[in-house]
Design a protein around this ligand. Structure first.
Ligand code: T4K
Length: 406
């Protein structure tokens, strides 16, 4: 461990780790097993258009999520656009959506011809609630609400259901982070008209790239399948169709990943709890708690940093950690309403105090399968060291800045 701040890589010392520790899960299957599945695909010469492996994966995803229909698509962003199209939301109508989310959530709506109405979020769960969206329901032309189960934490699902009953506004969910998760023993995939998932390589269940849309509504599922494949199902009509097919290569990765899902979740929970225990006494640092009434996948280890109490800004801490090869990440900067193109639009003229605060305070620590207990213990010791030496680090940074200006 470092004995003085001059040993920090930020000030020219040797990095604590000689490999990069990223925030993504990177749960990569054994190559031999992937090769065996690929040999079968090559023998059959059937690579795309929802072959045997894709159908098998969709069944397994339905089993995991307790849903009737799981429709695999190219990625999690396209999943949202297709869900919005299948719900037949009128072009140029408005959809309530949090600004504190991955930009893909909102861009997907824009690609579907919809306009965002940005909602604030609860500062503890980082999701929209009845209270944060109620004032927005007065807006004209609201056609839907898109909740995001951020970090796998459930939105205020029961009360959002009530809003749908009361106002007749359909709710659907971006559940990119919530694969295999449940709220009060009910699958998160089952809330709203449909839920969309991401199978990106950094996710707990991965297909390198990929997405899934789940719904128990058979008619909606038919529209989703039809839009996904250029209107080929011919069972329903859709004015706009697309190619969002999932290949057999993606399905092979996904099948191997879903097989190990319970093991990944157990390991994620262990890592999350270890970080939580080791960092519990650091002033100004708090871990994002998972709702007790949910069963999550623990893929993210998310913290908030209060600059005044910690002694350094979140940005400086992330920079110092990165130089040690601890690739901590700040989320979500800028928030969607401060991003192009929304920043120049009417929809950006909103006050979202919790969103603004969280964009300055939230960061993730490395959490995937590369990260061992020993890595976590050393990362936590380093964070404690940085916090104890916060004033000296700030002074050194300031001194270096002044020298570089001379
Ligand atoms: N909704 C929400 C709430 C989402 O978070 C996302 C995606 C979506 C919708 C859309 O789903 P997709 O269309 O992406 O399926 C990542 C991912 O690209 C993105 O999937 C994810 N959310 C977002 C939160 O994170 P970045 O730019 O922050 O991370 P990235 O891809 O640079 O990877 C993180 C770290 O992992 C890097 O340090 C490098 C490492 N890495 C990454 C890849 C891809 C590897 O070591 N190997 C790899 O193969 O976006």
């Amino acid at each position: 461990m470092k004995k003085s701040i001059n040993e920090l890589a930020f000030f020219g010392g040797t990095p604590l780790f000689d490999i990069l520790l990223p925030v993504g899960q990177i749960n990569i299957p054994e190559y031999e097993r992937f090769e065996a599945l690929m040999n079968d695909v090559f023998d059959r010469k059937y690579y795309a258009n929802h072959g045997k492996l894709t159908l098998e994966f969709e069944d397994k995803f339905s089993e995991l999520s307790g849903m009737k229909n799981s429709i695999a698509v190219t990625n999690g962003t396209v999943a949202i656009s297709i869900a919005a199209k299948a719900l037949n939301l009128p072009v140029k109508s408005k959809v309530i959506v949090p600004s504190f989310t991955f930009i893909g959530t909102v861009q997907a709506l824009t690609w579907a011809g919809l306009e965002p109405v940005f909602a604030d979020i609860d500062p503890e769960t980082h999701t929209i609630t009845y209270e944060t969206i109620a004032p927005l329901l007065k807006n004209k032309n609201i056609s839907a609400i898109l909740g995001v189960h951020l970090w796998g934490n459930p939105c205020d699902v029961e009360r959002l259901d009530e809003i749908e009953q009361q106002y007749g506004i359909p709710v659907f969910y971006d559940a990119a982070h919530a694969v295999g998760s449940a709220y009060k023993n009910k699958s998160l995939a089952s809330f709203g008209h449909c839920a969309t998932f991401s199978l990106h390589a950094t996710k707990v269940l991965q297909a390198a790239e990929g997405g899934v849309i789940c719904t128990d509504d058979d008619e909606l599922a038919e529209h989703i399948r039809n839009i996904r494949t250029y209107g080929r199902t011919k069972k329903v009509n859709d004015s706009m169709v697309f190619n969002a097919r999932f290949s057999e290569l993606q399905a092979a990765m996904a099948l191997l990943s879903i097989e190990k899902f319970p093991e990944y979740v157990t390991n994620n929970k262990h890592r999350y709890l270890l970080y939580k225990e080791k960092l519990k006494n650091i002033a100004g640092l708090s871990v994002i708690e998972y709702d007790e009434s949910m069963q999550g996948n623990y893929q993210y280890v998310v913290f908030r940093l209060n600059e005044e109490q910690f002694g350094l800004s979140r940005d400086l801490l992330v920079e110092v950690l990165s130089r040690e090869n601890i690739i901590a990440r700040k989320y979500f900067i800028p928030a969607a309403h401060k991003s192009v193109p929304y920043i120049n639009m009417e929809c950006a003229k909103v006050k979202l105090p919790n969103t603004e605060l969280l964009t300055q305070e939230v960061f993730q620590l490395p959490s995937g399968q590369i990260v061992t207990d020993e890595h976590i213990e050393r990362i936590c010791e380093l964070i404690s060291f940085i916090q104890q030496n916060a004033d000296a680090i700030k002074k050194n940074v300031e001194r270096e800045r002044q020298c570089s200006q001379k």
